[in-house]
Design a protein around this ligand. Structure first.
Ligand SMILES: *Cc1c(COP(=O)(O)O)cnc(C)c1O
Length: 376
């Protein structure tokens, strides 16, 4: 089955009633026909609507098992339960701000050690390996600097030392990139973003293709209880039906906006993996089928940044990404306020950097909105 067909059909066909849209099983518990009978028991552990969604997401990432969590953060937390005190993880140094907060503020106190590395430099990754390195956790493209890591090479390095490769694939979605097919062991999504796609539901996923990992995740999933509710599962199933269509329009708009931003006198830098001059352009092309709908850009002064953020009218000044509506974000105060100022400055997350999640509106309307904001 091709990807766009999977988006529509991989949650399974109609049930015995013939319903084309799956029912939402709003039941916390399930009756048993007899002692020891198989089937559903309790919704924290499993639920028919959630199973539909999990089958769908596993199919999109070419995995065997997917777990639907109540948020992207809960999914990351679930994946971290695979590690133990004394383990060391190498992390990309330009991750979603909440992920960094979880690693440093929650997991360090439980004795897991982390080293942040710019993973587009594979020699730096090798240099950070320790005898207790058990995992490498990255995003590609990164957030918000859009840096690219070679997933095939990284996986080889990790597997040589018996470490797991975990990829937060939120930015490109499985439509453009399927890390399990490039060697990664675990894929994470904030389903809140492109997968859900409509800014109406918080959700997260962990996807694997290894039975042993799946068994460990299943135990922590049903024990912790950060499971996605049946209603929210249904919303995500509905969102995914148009994932392929949406990603094409996000990307078409992002390419046009990146080119337009480059011509603007007050724009000093455009970070978008679809620009041939972008560092990592070739590597990204070799491992994906596209560039996505996320871009960042730097303007000449903090005043310009403020003017644009406050001046956009169609585009909304808001956190989050990946939905039908275009959103403009100020990483330094919104998504990355927990970074140490010197780390933020070194990465280029300055008061002049803006991040744009390009929606599916008409290209001309988006350009016109940014143009009027620049000229206010
Ligand atoms: C939003 C986001 C998360 C966290 O997901 P929530 O659904 O907000 O909990 C993790 N990683 C990335 C890349 C994100 O954009």
């Amino acid at each position: 089955m091709k990807f766009s067909t999977k988006c529509v059909h991989a949650s399974g066909g109609p049930d015995s009633t013939g319903a084309i849209s799956h029912p939402i099983y709003m039941s916390s518990t399930f009756a048993h026909p007899e002692l020891g009978a198989p089937g559903y028991q309790y919704t924290r552990e499993s639920n028919p609507t959630r199973d539909r969604l999990q089958d769908l997401i596993a199919a999109l990432e070419d995995g065997t098992d997917a777990f639907a969590y109540s948020s992207g953060m809960a999914a990351i937390d679930g994946a971290l339960h695979l590690f133990q005190p004394g383990d060391h993880l190498i992390l990309g140094d330009d991750l979603y701000g909440g992920s960094i907060r979880m690693f440093t503020n929650i997991y360090e106190q439980y004795g897991i050690e982390f080293t942040y590395v710019g993973t587009s430099d594979l020699d730096a990754v090798k240099a950070a390996i320790k005898p207790n390195t058990k995992g490498i956790y990255i995003e590609t493209p990164t957030n918000p600097m859009m840096e690219i890591t070679d997933l095939r090479e990284l996986s080889e390095i990790a597997h040589n030392i018996g470490a797991l490769v975990i990829v937060d694939n939120t930015f490109l979605s499985p439509y453009f990139q399927q890390p399990l097919n490039l060697g990664a062991d675990i894929v994470i999504h904030s389903g809140t973003k492109f997968i859900g796609g409509h800014h109406d539901v918080i959700s997260g996923f962990v996807i694997v293709k290894d039975e042993e990992l799946a068994a460990k995740l299943r135990l922590s999933f049903k024990t912790i209880g950060a499971c996605l509710s049946p209603m929210d599962c249904w919303l995500v199933i509905r969102g995914v039906k148009t994932l392929a269509l949406r990603m094409e329009q996000h990307q078409k708009n992002a390419i046009a906006l990146a080119e337009w931003l480059k011509t603007q006198p007050k724009v000093t830098k455009v970070l978008f993996p679809g620009l041939p001059e972008h560092p990592g352009y070739e590597i990204n092309k070799s491992q994906t089928t596209g560039f996505g709908g996320m871009l960042s850009f730097e303007v000449d002064t903090e005043e310009t940044a403020k003017k644009v953020l406050e001046g956009v009218e169609l585009i909304q000044f808001a956190e989050s990404l990946g939905g039908t509506e275009s959103l403009l974000t100020y990483p330094v105060t919104q998504t990355h306020p927990d970074l140490k100022p010197e780390d933020a400055e070194r990465k280029g997350i300055t008061r002049r950097l803006l991040r744009l999640s390009v929606g599916i509106e008409d290209t001309d309307d988006l350009i016109a909105d940014l143009a009027q904001a620049f000229n206010k």
